[in-house]
Write a protein that binds this ligand. Structure first.
Ligand SMILES: Nc1ncnc2c1ncn2[C@@H]1O[C@H](COP(=O)(O)OP(=O)(O)OP(=O)(O)O)[C@@H](O)[C@H]1O
Ligand SMILES: [Mg+2]
Length: 251
């Protein structure tokens, strides 16, 4: 069964069509590339999947369950984890604090539970800390756990964005331009961790303008422009397509 399935998803804002009858299918262990020019609708597609805005028509399914009527936090609980193009880290908080607010089902969210069963919440907090530190270790960031995110170089902040998304251990991971502005060791770490996540069975979709990253990580990709998927398939064929040459590479 598909981890994530989009059936005829459409969305428009006034005259702008951001998604036009999108069909998409993501399998466990797959890393799908999503490429297209600025304004193509790539981030909008992630927003539709994660529930930031509702679809006009079409269906979105996670492990066969329709999630179209669910709100953002419910979809996160279904296992849709994502990063943000503009990171959206909590700037006044430490790396670890940014992460412990992001587990898939955070016990302290419930005021009732917090009042009636504070021990349960404390236990969940301790588990979230352990989990966060484990993820940071994998990303060679454990020594920065108590640093303020604003003190980190840009590449490491992007890694923290991914680390926070990984606090949601669900089956579907959406990455919005994880490599933009990332180089050197952070680039290597990002690539290795994304590969590992897929190898552990997650379904990953990566939006990226960095084509060598897409070529490195993905066996298949889709090409979007004007809210529509115009091409899809194996990465080599896709990158060689005339449509991409005309609409993306500017040939
Ligand atoms: N909430 C919104 N209201 C109105 N228009 C929007 C909204 N969100 C996105 N758009 C418009 O939808 C189009 C697609 O934007 P989107 O951010 O999805 O593009 P993108 O493919 O992610 O581009 P980029 O590569 O630059 O990140 C743009 O024309 C954008 O201005
Ligand atoms: Mg975008």
């Amino acid at each position: 069964m598909s981890v994530l399935e989009l059936r005829g998803v459409s969305k428009r804002f006034g005259g702008i069509v951001v998604a036009d009858d999108i069909m998409l299918d993501l399998q466990a262990g797959q890393i799908l590339g999503l490429i297209g020019p600025n304004g193509a609708g790539k981030t909008s597609l992630f927003n539709l999947i994660s529930g930031i805005f509702p679809t006009d028509t079409g269906e979105i399914l996670v492990a066969g369950v329709r999630i179209g009527a669910m709100r953002v936090h419910q979809r996160a609980r279904m296992g849709i984890a994502r990063t943000w193009q503009n990171m959206r880290l909590f700037q006044t908080m430490t790396v670890l604090e940014n992460m412990v607010v992001a587990p898939r089902d955070y016990a302290g969210e419930s005021l009732l539970r917090l009042c009636l069963r504070p021990g349960t919440v404390r236990q969940a907090d301790a588990e979230a800390c352990d989990r966060a530190l484990g993820i940071l270790e994998r990303m060679q960031l454990a020594h920065l756990a108590d640093s303020s995110v604003t003190d980190l170089p840009f590449g490491q902040q992007k890694l923290v964005g991914l680390a926070r998304a990984l606090m949601n251990d669900g089956p579907c991971l959406l990455l919005d331009e994880p490599m933009a502005g990332v180089e050197g060791q952070s680039y290597e770490t990002m690539r290795a961790v994304v590969r590992e996540e897929a190898a552990r069975g997650r379904a990953v979709c990566v939006v990226e303008h960095n084509i060598s990253f897409i070529r490195d990580l993905c066996t298949s990709a889709v090409f979007m422009a004007n809210g529509r998927i115009l091409e899809r398939g194996g990465i080599a064929d896709l990158l060689a397509s005339k449509t991409l040459a005309e609409l993306y590479f500017g040939a």
